[in-house]
Write a protein that binds this ligand. Structure first.
Ligand code: IPM
Ligand code: MN
Length: 354
């Protein structure tokens, strides 16, 4: 039987609970579609760090390179200083494995409440491609005279043309596969004159030369946040640099119903990709069986998509839509779903493999 190896990193807080339900669903659809998963669990996260001082050792990165896909719960621990686990595990994984695409669909499913008045599922259905390897995330810069009244901190935004081009190529290709074929570049070219100009020229050149069927549009990032709230139907595919992508995808998550349903993939089209719900570890809900696993379950569907198991992925999405539309799941908020975390997993696993 066709077998996929998956590295599983449940992580911190509610991460293990949502990953457990995600794997339940993945195994159920695999059985139905005639393939299977073999999982290898890794305990990277806050607890391991507090015990051993280790975040993600280089040897682990080498080991992870044996997989095509990684399934991640959440990283973030209340007893660990902010930054250590994020830098040491999550960002290290994205960078070391060159997961240069962060794919974050923003899709309002029927039956889900959005904070946007009068907006319907057909109005909120776009994908954000967040460049995931460059920008201000690379740690370039430093600090001088720290702690003095002359302190000076520098944090540098850096992009190379190949980095921009590979991200744009992925974005145009994705736009080509969608009905509307519209790609919006989001940046801040009026202020970030160096990086913005690089993105803009690369965008125009590639679009004109290779993807004339794709409608090109440009929005400044501040305007993007405005339009996402006011007229989300403008968007089909948005491509943006790393930091702007981080920010606008939290807004995107909210307009699609919240962190309970926001899924994401860190993709290296030629290598190892990692799938994760984009919300955090929500430590206060740990082990209460109240956290919403749908974002993790939908990240599992993205994982299947990456493996080429389109039917299995579609099964999951259909099952989630049905559970929401029929109000079997009453709300996306932790503790208000009308059932527990494990019951949501059971429900989707059953419906997706029917
Ligand atoms: C995300 C998160 C991370 C990021 C943090 C935890 C480093 O906010 O995945 O969006 O900024 O990329
Ligand atoms: Mn973020």
């Amino acid at each position: 039987m066709k077998t996929y190896q998956v590295a599983v990193v449940p992580g911190d807080g509610t991460g293990p609970e949502v990953v457990r339900e995600g794997l339940k669903v993945l195994n159920a659809v695999a059985a139905k579609e005639g393939f299977k998963f073999e999982t290898q669990h890794y305990d990277f996260g806050g607890d391991r760090y507090l015990k051993t001082g280790e975040t993600l050792p280089d040897s682990a990165v080498e080991e992870l390179k044996k997989f095509k896909v990684i399934y991640l719960g959440a990283i973030g621990h209340p007893d660990v200083k902010p930054g250590i686990l994020e830098q040491g595990i999550l960002l290290k994984m994205r960078f070391a494995l060159e997961q240069y695409i962060n794919l974050r669909p923003v899709k309002l499913f029927p039956g889900v409440e959005t904070p946007l008045a009068n907006k319907k599922p057909e109005d909120v259905d776009f994908v954000v491609i967040r460049e995931n390897s460059g920008s201000i995330y690379t740690g370039l810069g430093g600090v001088e005279n720290k702690g003095t009244d002359r302190e000076c901190a520098i944090q540098i935004m850096k992009y190379t043309r190949p980095q921009v081009d590979r991200c744009l190529k992925f974005s145009f290709e994705l736009a080509m596969k969608r009905k509307r074929k519209k790609l919006t570049l989001c940046h801040k070219t009026n202020v970030l004159v160096h990086c913005g100009d690089l993105w803009m020229r690369a965008f125009e050149e590639m679009g004109k030369a290779k993807y004339p069927e794709v409608e090109r549009d440009y929005n400044h990032v501040d305007a993007t946040t405005m339009w996402m709230v006011k007229n989300p139907e403008f968007y089909d595919v948005i491509v943006t640099e790393n930091l702007f992508g981080d920010i606008i995808t939290d807004l995107g998550a909210q307009i699609q119903g919240g962190m309970g349903i926001a899924a994401g993939g860190n993709i290296n089209p030629e290598g190892v990709s990692m799938f994760e719900p984009i919300g955090g570890s929500a430590p206060k809900y740990t082990n209460q069986n109240v956290i919403n696993p749908l974002a993790a379950i939908l990240s599992g569907a993205m994982l299947l998509d990456q493996l080429g198991e389109k039917n299995a992925a579609a099964r999951i999405e259909r099952a989630v839509i049905d559970a929401l539309q029929t109000k079997k799941i009453k709300s996306l908020s932790a503790g208000k779903m009308g059932m527990g975390t494990t019951e949501v997993g059971d429900l989707i696993a059953k419906a997706a493999s029917a």
